[in-house]
Design a protein around this ligand. Structure first.
Ligand code: C2E
Ligand code: CA
Length: 605
């Protein structure tokens, strides 16, 4: 297509003989690049002009002020603000033993069709033509160096010929190098760019001023369950297909990369608002289709609109990633990063930093909520629940800090602290009343799955007086962990005489699958099941689950029993023990001990 008359202004490199240089004699730019550009002008009809000829390198200044469309003859390590997209390669030479590629950058002022036209043109320029141009350029007037007026044209020709040879030699080497670079910047599984690729593009493609036009969209592809049930190849399939969908939805000015095992970042050039929401909902509809087909996986997104001062890619990744993870936790398709999220992240970091001090100073308190025997309704045991008496934030319940420590892989520190407190509690009761009183301690799956878990427990129990079967380990339903190791460790715990209870039982289907080969002594019904006890279907479900438990020789405990009706139904269905506000609220350990001792004395009388 002819661009007759459209002026393209070029910022040239004044001192890059024989590629591009300012010839003071003629007051023009000379060399290979101007020649190539003039051929390009002949083919397309553009009017290519070099900007205000001069000896100073003004390229950065001209780019910043958007006074030119093209910045010319840049080596790979030169970067300019206010450019757009990828640079276009012109040619490659060897200099000082290094292979250097020269490129053209388009500024934000360049007409939109120029990129394609220039790329097509450069791709069509063969190696011999380039070499010929180099000879021509050198055979013409060599520049007069500022430091030595007497350089001969002969020297110029010799330099050019050397450069020609170098070009020919360098081509093969460059191809190899470029392949290496591409490999280093490519994610082998999905074929998308990787984090390294993203980093190089973040600096070059997104300028300080254009940054506000971008929104970082982090896609969190959660295939953990899929991998657990159907294996790693299904997870990989899911990631490949997610990448393919995202590639389809990435626009010309966007940057897309796989930045984590389950994370993709798409830097989206967008007007924001409704336009972004519509684009995202279409992209998510396509992703949902993939997830529906593969099942047991989903993709959530986190949005973070870039601000002018967001230089640090790490912050952009953290914020958008945080929003995507939060969306996954809340079961929402996407969430925008907010300042509240920022405060939460700060709080999480703070909690993690404070944990060692809090343990040392005994800020974590042991609370105990009693279980009652379903037959006699007498206290049968208790569950240990952590509370944090935080010096500034006050009295905190576990929902506020347990998930934080689980995410940060610090939960074992608190779990072992609580386990020790439980052992102390049982030891102090030993020899007094209530011989059958058991205490269950919540342990995260991550704690339970650790290789040294049995040894740590063994050490903790050394010299303890209480009967081992009074200490019950409640395996909580939270964080995911290695199932095989949990089973092995559970068996070792039983060998040591402790009992193992599966908490939150019946919350999802995997707990049933787990039950088949799990060395447990009992299950604790999920609170949701108990809440549904008064409906016919809920009751039928409870009935079946309690039967399954008993058929497998497991004790069945119920959690969250809030009223008499629920308690009556559970008793009729032969549940073994119950816990809930209908009977007792969690009590501080001293109060729990006092009540136990008092009840013991009453029984003795
Ligand atoms: P969980 O194991 O399901 O513990 C029962 C939670 O339900 C407790 O909340 C308890 O206060 C509450 N609850 C008891 N009866 C009722 C009732 O009738 N109705 C309702 N709506 N709630 C009732 P809490 O103490 O806030 O504990 C929350 C969770 O934190 C626990 O859930 C447990 O999974 C976890 N947790 C507590 N302490 C620890 C610990 O030391 N380590 C670990 N890993 N997790 C802990
Ligand atoms: Ca529990």
């Amino acid at each position: 297509m002819s661009r007759e008359g459209a002026v393209i202004l070029v910022a040239g490199s004044p001192d890059n003989y024989p590629l591009e240089y300012y010839d003071r004699g003629s007051g023009t730019y000379q060399g290979v690049v101007p020649r190539l550009l003039s051929r390009f002008a002949e083919e397309t009809g553009y009017d290519i002009q070099y900007y205000s000829p001069g000896e100073e390198d003004q390229r950065a200044h001209l780019a910043r002020n958007r006074q030119v469309d093209l910045i010319s003859a840049c080596s790979e390590d030169e970067r300019f603000l206010h450019t757009q997209g990828e640079p276009i390669e012109i040619l490659t030479v060897e200099r000082g033993g290094e292979t250097v590629t020269y490129q053209l950058w388009l500024t934000q002022a360049a007409p939109s069709a120029l990129r394609q036209e220039l790329s097509d043109f450069m791709a069509g320029v063969g190696q011999q033509q380039t070499a010929g141009l180099l000879v021509d350029a050198a055979a013409g007037r060599a520049p007069v160096p500022r430091w030595q007026e007497s350089l001969t044209a002969g020297l110029g020709i010799a330099a050019a010929l050397l450069a020609v040879i170098a070009v020919l030699l360098a081509r093969a080497c460059l191809r190899q190098r470029r392949r290496g670079k591409k490999d280093r910047e490519t994610d082998p599984l999905t074929g998308l760019g990787n984090e390294r690729f993203l980093r190089s593009r973040y600096l070059s493609v997104i300028s300080e001023e254009s940054r506000v036009l971008y929104t970082a969209v982090y896609f969190y592809a959660d295939a953990e369950q899929l991998e657990k049930v159907r294996g790693p190849q299904d997870k990989e399939e899911m990631l490949r297909r997610t990448a393919a969908v995202l590639r389809r939805y990435a626009g010309e000015h966007d940057v897309l990369a796989r930045v984590a095992d389950a994370g993709f970042l798409l830097l989206r050039r967008t007007a924001g608002g409704e336009e972004l929401r519509q684009w995202l909902s279409m992209a998510q509809a396509s992703l949902d289709e993939v997830c529906r087909e593969l099942r047991m996986c989903r993709v959530t997104a986190g949005l973070y609109a870039l601000r002018e001062r967001d230089w640090e890619l790490d912050d952009v990744l953290a914020r958008s990633g945080q929003a995507a993870a939060q969306a996954a936790r809340e079961g929402k398709p996407y969430l925008e990063y907010t300042d509240a999220m920022h405060s939460r992240v700060q709080e999480e970091k703070r909690f993690c930093a404070e944990l060692p001090r809090a343990l040392e100073r005994g800020e974590f308190l042991l609370y105990i909520q009693f279980y009652v025997d379903a037959g006699s309704l007498a206290v049968a045991g208790g569950e240990a629940l952590a509370r944090w008496q935080h010096p500034e934030k006050g009295f905190l319940t576990p929902w506020r800090f347990i998930p934080v420590f689980e995410r940060a892989d610090l939960i074992d520190r608190l779990d072992f602290y609580m386990l020790e407190r439980c052992a102390d509690f049982l030891d102090r009761l030993h020899g007094h009343v209530q011989t059958g009183f058991f205490l269950s301690c919540n342990l995260s799956r991550k704690t339970f799955a650790a290789e040294d878990f049995p040894d740590r427990c063994r050490r903790l129990l050394e010299g303890r007086r209480f009967a081992r079967d009074l200490l019950v380990l409640e395996l909580t339903g939270g964080a995911d962990a290695d199932g095989d190791r949990i089973r092995r460790n559970a068996r070792q715990m039983q060998d040591m005489g402790l009992r193992v209870l599966l908490d939150d039982f019946g919350k999802d289907l995997t707990s049933f699958a787990e039950l088949a080969g799990f060395p447990a002594d009992g299950v604790k019904l999920n609170r949701g099941l108990v809440a549904g006890a008064e409906t016919p279907r809920g009751k039928a479900l409870l009935d079946s689950i309690i039967r399954i438990g008993h058929d497998l020789d497991l004790a069945v405990l119920a959690d969250g029993v809030e009223n008499r009706a629920q308690s009556d139904i559970l008793r009729r269905l032969c549940c073994d023990a119950m816990q809930g506000y209908a009977f007792f609220r969690p009590l501080p350990e001293w109060e729990a001990r006092r009540q136990l001792l008092e009840a013991g004395e009453r029984n003795e009388r």
